[in-house]
Design a protein around this ligand. Structure first.
Ligand code: RB5
Length: 149
């Protein structure tokens, strides 16, 4: 898969580990930065990754900030983006099976990094279940149609 990744300063360390693991798994990695501890504003990498997923330049996105919350809020401002903050394997799996999440948002500060790498692997492998979940995601699209300019 083509996977766009990005983080702020609180997430760049985990993002680097994610990039390495994705490369080992033979995915194409598109790294939107940041690459060091210097402070950057999380909406910037979130927007860069969300745009790539929205335009289908990337199949999926992975974002990391201190909590995962800021990047997910920003990414979810883009039509068609379903960014999910996940903290464990169960939420990572359900975000795919039930929500068809196309961006995984991770906490670089409170999630163990080895666990986060495992979450990335299962998140990429897990398929959307459709059916009643498809109906619910369609309702999210309807909300976008009615409320996004
Ligand atoms: C940066 O300190 C922190 O606010 C940011 O990484 C993120 O957790 C925001 O949601």
């Amino acid at each position: 898969m083509r996977i766009s990744i990005g983080s702020d300063h609180a997430g760049y360390e985990l993002k680097g580990k994610v990039a390495k693991r994705l490369t080992e798994l033979k995915h194409e990695v598109q790294d939107e930065g940041t690459f060091g501890p210097q402070s950057v504003d999380y909406p910037d990498p979130a927007a860069a990754v969300a745009k790539r997923v929205q335009s289908a330049a990337a199949d999926r996105g992975i974002l990391v900030c201190g909590t995962g919350i800021g990047v997910s809020i920003a990414a979810n401002k883009f039509r068609g983006i379903r960014a999910a903050v996940c903290h464990d394997l169960e939420t990572a799996i359900l975000s795919r099976e039930h929500n068809d999440a196309n961006i995984l948002a991770l906490s670089g500060r409170s999630t163990d990094h080895d666990l986060a790498l495992k979450m990335v692997e299962v998140w990429l492998e897990t398929h959307f279940l459709g059916d009643r979940h498809g109906r619910r995601v369609d309702k999210i699209r309807k909300i976008e149609d009615e409320n996004f300019r």
